[in-house]
Design a protein around this ligand. Structure first.
Ligand code: NOJ
Length: 569
């Protein structure tokens, strides 16, 4: 299944974080009408599928991933009719629409949970995962296990009404659903069918690896921290029952919508080999999985005690990570390709350099576009938006950042916490889109819910639209090149290989087919020499005006990138 060329293999995707994209009603929050207004802009960029982050009714504890009504639109985003109009208007422009499907949890304000905590005997109680407390001989009430969730807290919260603990592997306002309970599974299939019937072209399936839990509910044997808890993903990731659920989802939901695409977010704990159980052409119930292996190769993650100077991209690891996924999945599965989403820092700050914003942003998109898979850009990437310049911890309005800051304040001073969040926080990706140099970056007429990056007078779309040398214009060119034949066939059906894999500065690869490509990218701010061993037939894309070449040796300048056509060996 899905060998060949389903539509999503030839697409270039674009992720929209709706709260921060464009505000049309002047409340400081982006909305669905804002996305509709910008569809022509997106079309001009050259993308043909948008993934829209959650826009369902939500108390917004976690940016809308805490859903209280899966079938309705939150008033901050508009009305249900706006969602229908958006799908329609996107389709009118040949743009497909994927939405987030959150199957792992709901908000604690969802009517199911409200009923579940009130009444132990209602069916909704079974929709969630409840456990009695552990009680010590002294009568102290303890959580059922030592499991920690992804947002730094215990994965269990005691509910005074139910007199039980409920499981939540994310925020305590996001109780996990009990996928063992068939009526719950059917309720969730109904949600998916509802949106497909309205014309949605597929789903990015949030936190999909976690639907099945270790039902023995035994303590993790990993060492615990000072709070007696430990994050042990083996307790709730990729467990065997998960694959039964996903196959059932496919049979129940997708059989009527064979062209819908499903991309599961599997995060950091799934190996390329295991990914075939999710998305292998022959045995996987999904079409693709998003993994995080290529997201943290500058050592920023876990770098609390490091200065900015100690952070540098490990280019060898980065290349190997892309290749290990390619080698395992080639001919057997397809991949999404991306530098960042709404959970990661901005890629120009991470693998590029804000001192070389233009050159490095162009270099990064070039490197990504001709690899194996469907590229997904993240809103703002196409104008080189970078990490925040916030001066206060309170500006990081995000549940995971604030949980981290609270916990870290016991060991670190405020300046170190700030530095770490500016480097790693997902808030970096979430600041309002910088449309122009108008107040609030032209995003809204009202003060935005999250402060705009201070660099907007300089970094904004309006400045770049008509400048032929801008990052935006380069993105247009680069996307168009990838989308046109013969290059589209080369990236879909060709063979990928690294060139000089142990070069610590340069990411270079060949994509070989009837017509072949050589992509060379310098990931450094310094010059480096690179010897070309192929027969070059022409230059297809370049982020500097001329090549500096002596014989076979190129001198690559800061963040220089080139796509050559080469003779197929
Ligand atoms: C992954 C989403 O990308 C992230 O933003 C969210 O916090 C968690 N899943 C929980 O839904």
């Amino acid at each position: 299944m899905n060998e060949g060329r389903p539509w999503w293999k030839t697409a270039v995707g674009y992720q929209i974080y709706p709260r921060s994209f464009f505000d049309t009603n002047g409340d400081g929050i982006g909305d669905l009408k804002g996305i509709i207004q910008k569809l022509d802009y997106l079309k001009s960029l050259g993308i043909n599928v948008i993934w829209i982050g959650p826009f369902f009714k939500s108390p917004m504890d976690d940016g809308g991933y805490d859903v209280k009504d899966f079938l309705d639109v939150d008033p901050i985003f508009g009305k249900k009719e706006d969602a229908i109009e958006l799908i329609h208007e996107a389709h009118a422009r040949d743009i497909k629409v994927i939405m987030d499907l959150v199957l792992n949890h709901t908000s604690d304000e969802h009517p199911w949970f409200i009923e579940a905590r009130k009444n132990r005997y209602s069916k909704y109680h079974n929709y969630y995962i409840w456990k009695d407390p552990k009680v010590t001989p002294e009568g102290k009430v303890l959580a059922p296990t030592n499991w920690q969730g992804y947002f730094g807290e215990s994965a269990w919260t005691y509910d005074e009404t139910a007199k039980q603990f409920y499981l939540h592997i994310f925020s305590k306002k996001m109780p996990d659903l009990n996928w063992e309970y068939k009526p719950l599974r059917e309720a969730m299939y109904e949600v998916a069918r509802h949106w497909l019937a309205l014309g949605i072209d597929g789903f990015r399936m949030d936190a999909i690896a976690h639907l099945a839990k270790d039902l023995t509910f035994s303590d993790s044997l990993q060492p615990v921290g000072h709070r007696g808890i430990t994050l042990d993903p083996t307790k709730f990731s990729s467990l065997p029952r998960l694959f039964d659920y996903l196959h059932e989802f496919k049979e129940n939901v997708l059989k009527d919508y064979p062209h819908a695409v499903t991309i599961g977010e599997v995060g950091g704990n799934v190996s390329p080999e295991q990914s075939l159980d999710y998305a292998g052409y022959h045995r996987g119930p999904l079409n693709m999985v998003f993994n995080f292996d290529t997201c943290w190769e500058n050592g920023a993650f876990g770098s609390e005690h490091k200065s900015d100077l100690e952070i540098a991209t490990n280019v060898i690891n980065l290349k190997q990570n892309f290749m290990k996924w390619y080698e395992q999945t080639q001919g057997q599965a397809w991949l999404p390709l991306y530098w960042l989403n709404h959970d990661h820092p901005r890629v120009v700050s991470q693998y590029g350099s804000i001192l070389y914003r233009k050159a490095s942003a162009k270099m990064l998109i070039t490197t990504l576009l001709f690899l194996y898979g469907t590229p997904f850009l993240y809103n703002g990437e196409e104008i080189g938006m970078s990490n925040v310049d916030y001066e206060k911890l309170t500006q990081f309005k995000d549940v995971s950042a604030l949980n981290y800051a609270r916990e870290a304040s016991q060991r670190l001073d405020e300046a170190s916490i700030l530095r770490f969040l500016r480097r790693t926080s997902r808030v970096n990706a979430r600041t309002p889109f910088q449309w122009s140099s108008e107040p609030y970056a032209g995003f809204s007429t009202h003060e935005p819910y999250l402060a705009v990056n201070g660099n907007y007078p300089e970094v904004n779309l309006e400045n770049q639209r008509h400048d032929p040398d801008s990052i935006f214009r380069y993105y247009q060119k680069a996307i168009a090149l990838r989308q046109q034949e013969p290059w589209l066939s080369t990236v879909i059906e060709g063979t990928l290989e690294l060139v000089d894999p142990l070069n610590p500065d340069v990411f270079a690869y060949r994509h070989l087919h009837h017509r072949s490509l050589l992509v060379i990218s310098n990931f450094r701010a310094y010059e480096t020499a690179f010897v070309i061993k192929d027969i070059v037939l022409g230059t297809l894309l370049h982020n500097y005006p001329q090549l500096v070449k002596k014989g076979l040796t190129l001198t690559l300048r800061a963040f220089e990138t080139i796509v050559f056509e080469i003779e197929t060996p």
